[in-house]
Write a protein that binds this ligand. Sequence first.
Ligand code: CO
Length: 628
Amino acid sequence: MNKVKITDTSLRDGHQSLWATRMSTEDMLPILETLDQVGYNSLEVWGGATFDVCLRFLDEDPWQRLKIIRQTVKQTKLQMLVRGQSLVGYAHYPDDVAEKFIDKAADNGIDIFRMFDALNDIRNLETCMKAVKKNGKHAQPCVVYTISPMHSLEHFLETAMRLQDMGADSICVKDMAGLLAPYASYELIKTLKDNLQVPVQLHTHYIGGLAIATLLKAAEAGVDVVDTASVPMAFGSSQPPVETVVRALQDSERDTGLNLHKLFEIANYFEEMRKKKGFSRGVTSINDMQVFEHQIPGGMLSNFISQLKEQNAVDRINEVLAEIPKVREDLGYPPLVTPTSQILGIQAVLNVLMGERYKLCPTEVKDYVRGQYGRPPLPVKEEIRRKIIGNEEVITVRPADFLEPLWEKAKAESAVWAKNDEDVLTYALFPQVAAKFFEKRANNKLGENTERKVSDEAADKTVKQFKVSEPAKKTVSRGDDDMNINDIKELIAALDKSNVNELEMQRKDYKLALRKGISASTGTVSNKTPGEDITAGQSNTENADDDFGLYEVVSPMVGTFYAAPAPDADQFVHAGDRVRVGQTLCILEAMKLMNEIKADTEGVVADVLVKNAEAVEYGQVLFLIKKD
Ligand code: CO
């Protein structure tokens, strides 16, 4: 057998998994040449969260980063991660933008495009695959690995064969949650190698601690390429360390042939940088090691804990953990990766906190059930679908078929700032963030250093003048593409600009109304605020009649109250309005998602006890309704 080839993920997944993607181009620059000399199969340097984080937090133009890396890395292939039709964002983009994005990424130096869809719905990869092939670049679609009764060896093989038929130049097994155990890895890779003509690459995460063994068994089974990171960016929720894998395969028939001295030179560079910037090392917690029992990726678990803390209900974590597999089953066993991990996670938390399953469903869950993310591995259970979206139609075509072209519109809207097509793309992907970035750039205010402007010609000179950016905020460590709270905020922001549906429109309306200072009818804040003493019980959070024959609608969670417009008026629901069963009374923003609170009784609103945009407690009375 040939030597195992290695892709280095340090400049993308490595720091995305451990350092919230906060490594700057300046941090990377001094080590690029050395990385180029190692003889890696490829360097994964772009895509995933790097694009967004460059603009939003690092005041960097992601396209400039790519250009700079390409200028320095002359021999090794550059690789990026594409979230299928969501590209480097969180919602599907129209085909014209997807095509243009791939064209420009290719122009600026990407050789290998790794593409995945969270649902393994390969229709969501079609447009990008075609564009990659058209550019004569390497198309590497992923088989997303997960464990469920329907994710059999046959299913993975069938998916891989279809991807090969679509023109894949290689296939990546993407195990974002670190669930691929060593012997399962052997079976899977062997099956793929026996049946596919194209090379097979394995991407896994260390999380529970099995990844090195998993890679070794994959090597035995004939895997062509494996992903690793330099040791300061390895372990924990990141990849296994290259140094260990190279050493483990040394003198075997699959020896990687990589020079360990060179690898340690690189590791020392990153280690110094890590210390200087206060970035943390990858560690494996007991919870992470239990990933094989609950199957919940590390980052997702930390998110649950912080969400439940926010809800004063952290003691209910075990109920939530038990609820996750049930929700996953109900919703057709989606793999837990962005954005499905967030969608499922929030629903599980709500099911537990509400005391009734699917009583409250965020827009994202409804959209998922409507088929707007693609086709789940199995159909959503009939009765669950009806409970979540009633008789609404489920789309069966590729979701992006519904999206209007966006390129020309984005070009027109960004004309004041955009200097080239890359700028237009940046705007098309993240309009608000891009606008802010362009404004700063125009006013020479990127970062604190006015010399930060990077021009093509002077790129590597000016980059050296960059000021050291602020150390990354401490964030929960997480698996690849598992979101943390900030990501969920970003998701909301991304959804804000997407067309999606009427609920989105409503959400925009609330925010608009809030900005204009229109507030809901207000009353005195109930003195029945329960506070912490009721955190565990459900009885106090159930809507009920009070002592005066008024029906109390209480807040099922800690959050922010947004008044909802009355159905036949421009006004918000206020005292004196008649409400019907199922009518939206208000929106509660909790756990970074918008949740509709609906009337479960008919009657006349006697009082609204909360002001618009006010924080509410778990169990706090929001409305009093006089029943008929
Ligand atoms: Co990953």
